[in-house]
Design a protein around this ligand. Structure first.
Ligand SMILES: [Zn+2]
Length: 73
């Protein structure tokens, strides 16, 4: 009973880890935005971009879009 319990626990931990990994990668890309006018990459917080507090360093535009990396796994 003790062994079975620890194996289940290990499995749950392992699965939680493998789920967390792509999520962390997605979060990294979430924080990079691209200016829709000049295409410059801007690193900023999601919340700040949503609140339009971030503007492009090159052209001062507030029109930013997030990076969507195509992943074919
Ligand atoms: Zn720009």
């Amino acid at each position: 009973m003790g062994i079975a319990g620890s194996v289940t626990n290990y499995k749950a931990k392992y699965m939680a880890k493998s789920v967390k990994f792509p999520e962390a990668a997605a979060r990294l890309f979430d924080r990079v935005f691209i200016c829709m006018k000049c295409g410059a990459k801007i690193k900023a917080d999601n919340i700040k971009v949503r609140d339009k507090k971030v503007k492009c360093r090159k052209c001062k535009s507030r029109q930013l879009r997030g990076i969507h990396k195509d992943k074919k796994a």
